[in-house]
Write a protein that binds this ligand. Sequence first.
Ligand code: NAP
Length: 257
Amino acid sequence: MGILSDKKILITGVLNDQSLAFGAAKLAQDEGADIILTGVGRGLSITQRTARKLPRTPDVLELDVTNPQHMASVLNHIQSKWGKLDGVLHAIGFAPSACIEGDIFNASWNDVAVALEVSAYSLKALVEGVLPLLRQAGTSSVVGLDFDASMAWPGYNWMGVAKAALESLSRYLARDAAKDNIRVNLISAGPVRTIAAKSVSGFSAFDTLWNDRAPLGWNVTDSSAVAKAIVAFLSDWFPATTGEIVHVDGGYHAVGA
Ligand code: NAP
């Protein structure tokens, strides 16, 4: 019996099989969960194709997290299929190129507003959108994906600011969702070569640097450790942990040089 057996989990952010959420989706199924994926825009058909690479092909629902109608139909679909949700993975990030190229002066407020809405505010929108289902489960777990926002990184610029907002938001959500026994935690992952990561101009700087510096080493093409941490947080094995940010980065955050 797996640690997610009988759990119903909503997983966002599976674009292709390199997506951090794909590894989590596969492991969640291996651990016994029933899952539903979401996809967005032109990526939806890629998500549908990627879903077929999973051990059991899950439903794929359309969800642009900034679209309240999409959110409402996700709620209705899951309401009639399962009537509850035990867990949600928020694996959503996007910033216009002006936010992740050049320097911090490069982006206008219009660009920054998109980055903040899709990459930070969306955690609140997602939790709020499925709140009746999370309540129905009795206890539930929300997991989001972070990139350490305590310092400035090459090229990350306004995504870094959005991640700082996400970190703060996760603590307020943890405080205010606790009355419904909903836990909210973030995994602060080391760099993994995904479509989103490749759009960050400074990402290649991490290719060898992270592995050289992290006490446990790091492989930018292997997200299995991130998947394990996500699944652990979706399970019943962290019943008294909320508002937490756990680093899954080979220990990079703990060393100065
Ligand atoms: P990814 O495979 O490109 O996934 C990003 C996902 O966000 C895509 O499925 C994307 O869909 C989705 N998305 C973008 N805008 C959306 C919207 N408006 N509504 C719903 N979904 C939307 O990249 P990833 O690296 O796995 O990213 C997942 C999360 O991990 C992000 O929050 C990212 O910041 C975080 N993270 C990544 C790393 C890393 O190094 N890769 C490290 C730490 C944290 P479309 O592409 O179809 O638009």
